[in-house]
Ligand binder design. Structure first.
Ligand SMILES: NC(=O)c1ccc[n+]([C@@H]2O[C@H](COP(=O)([O-])OP(=O)(O)OC[C@H]3O[C@@H](n4cnc5c(N)ncnc54)[C@H](O)[C@@H]3O)[C@@H](O)[C@H]2O)c1
Ligand SMILES: [Fe+2]
Length: 386
């Protein structure tokens, strides 16, 4: 039983199908006249950026625009965005897109009027002062970044570095399922698996589990597992898309307060070194890490089994836990995702350096895992999916 916890969440979450049309009204309520829309070229190409800009202009605002975000946002992207915000005299920031855009938007909102450099922010609670008004609009379901107080940036040495500070929580998270209807199946599957891993790792956190995060994680997993087959069968199913978006949001709140663990720890080097999309990287290592953890996490995995296998009866805790792990293993290839590292050019020669990175740089994520992993364990997990 957890007696102490510290839970942070944004003050306002608006979930509304078609809600992007109200973006101008929401920005005006925050006092914005020249908000900077932060997105990537993919969000422009699929017409989502135009919808957001139209909504802002229709409300009489003068939106500014930065579409220079790249996946696993490199620090250079953040610098470029801060420069645009300053030059345009932006008085607010609107993150629009997947986690890469939302993470970039957060840090731009924080740095635009700050004298701190991003290097001073990596870590926990190191930012001084406020930020520009911030609205976050996710288009994947997903990272949950719209409700988290962390931003993950790739530094000059290709390492994923995290800024954790409550100023990164937005004023408003706007969930519009219509914006997710056009997500291709692979992006749908990869981002959904990321969200499911957030819920699982938050629920099994060794250090920061809390009753609030637990409740959110279970509901997240139920929504995500229940609706992933529907959105993969019909990407235009708006009700199922809305459920996925809500599941991802709940998973985000769970993990950021309870922490992710070894699945994310082993996924990070795949993203930073081989540009495996974040959700796909999690999907690749998820099965073997869950199986590795099974002995230490039997009771907790058994508690999660009904979320992914509703209505199934289990004769024992061990059977429920095994069914949970097997179900998750079965989801790893959803949407046609490759399940071997070789598909991304990773070879056996790369494993020692990746394992070193996990053990030295990302130790904090091992500390929250249900059990310890050493360098050999990490290497063996990578080798099992070569
Ligand atoms: N801060 C957090 O809480 C948190 C949590 C998990 C992951 N992350 C970070 O988020 C990033 C990954 O984010 P992601 O998985 O959402 O992917 P992403 O933001 O990198 O986007 C992936 C691709 O999908 C496209 N896309 C997004 N929405 C679309 C839509 N509706 N229709 C068509 N195409 C669309 C984008 O243009 C892009 O090409 C990583 O950098 C990861 O580290 C952050
Ligand atoms: Fe994640």
């Amino acid at each position: 039983m957890t007696t102490n916890f510290n839970f942070r969440a944004p003050p306002r979450i608006v979930a509304e199908v078609g809600g992007v049309a109200r973006l101008g009204e929401l920005a005006r309520e925050l006092g914005c006249k020249r908000p900077l829309v932060v997105c990537d070229p993919g969000i422009v190409a699929c017409g989502i950026a135009a919808r957001a800009l139209d909504a802002l202009e229709s409300a009489g605002l003068a939106p500014q625009f930065f579409d220079g975000v790249a996946a696993d946002p490199p620090v250079a992207t953040v610098h470029a965005g801060v420069e645009v915000a300053r030059r345009a005299d932006a008085d607010g920031v609107i993150g629009l897109g997947g986690g890469s855009s939302l993470d970039t938007a957060k840090v731009i909102a924080l740095l635009a009027r700050s004298s701190q450099s991003i290097d001073e922010l990596y870590g926990v609670d190191l930012a001084v002062g406020g930020r520009l008004p911030l609205i976050q609009v996710p288009t994947t379901a997903g990272t949950g970044s719209e409700v988290t107080w962390v931003s993950v940036i790739t530094n000059e040495r290709n390492e994923k570095k995290a800024v954790y500070t409550p100023q990164l929580l937005p004023d408003v998270a706007l969930l519009d399922a219509e914006l997710t209807l056009g997500m291709p199946p692979r992006v749908t599957a990869a981002t959904a698996l990321d969200a499911m891993v957030h819920a699982i790792e938050g629920y099994t956190s060794r250090t920061k589990k809390s009753p609030v995060a637990d409740a959110l994680a279970r509901k997240a997993l139920e929504l995500l597992a229940g609706n992933l087959p529907r959105v993969l069968a019909d990407g235009r199913d708006v009700e199922a898309r809305a459920a996925m978006l809500q599941g991802a949001m709940l998973g985000g709140m769970a993990f950021v307060n309870a922490s992710v663990a070894a699945i994310h720890g082993l996924a990070y080097p795949l993203g930073a070194r081989f540009h495996v999309p974040h959700g796909h990287a999690n999907a690749l290592v998820m099965g073997p890490v869950l199986r590795f953890n099974l002995r230490a996490a039997t009771a907790l995995y058994a508690e999660l089994a009904p979320c992914v296998l509703p209505g199934r009866r289990f004769d024992s805790v061990a059977e429920a836990a095994e069914a949970f792990v097997a179900t998750m293993e079965g989801l790893a290839g959803s949407g046609g995702l490759e399940t071997r590292l070789g598909a991304f050019g990773v070879s056996g020669d790369d494993i020692p350096a990746m394992a070193d990175e996990v053990i030295t740089q990302i130790q904090r994520l091992i500390a929250t895992n249900p059990c310890d992993l050493d360098r050999d364990d990490v290497s063996a997990i990578y080798r099992s999916i070569l």
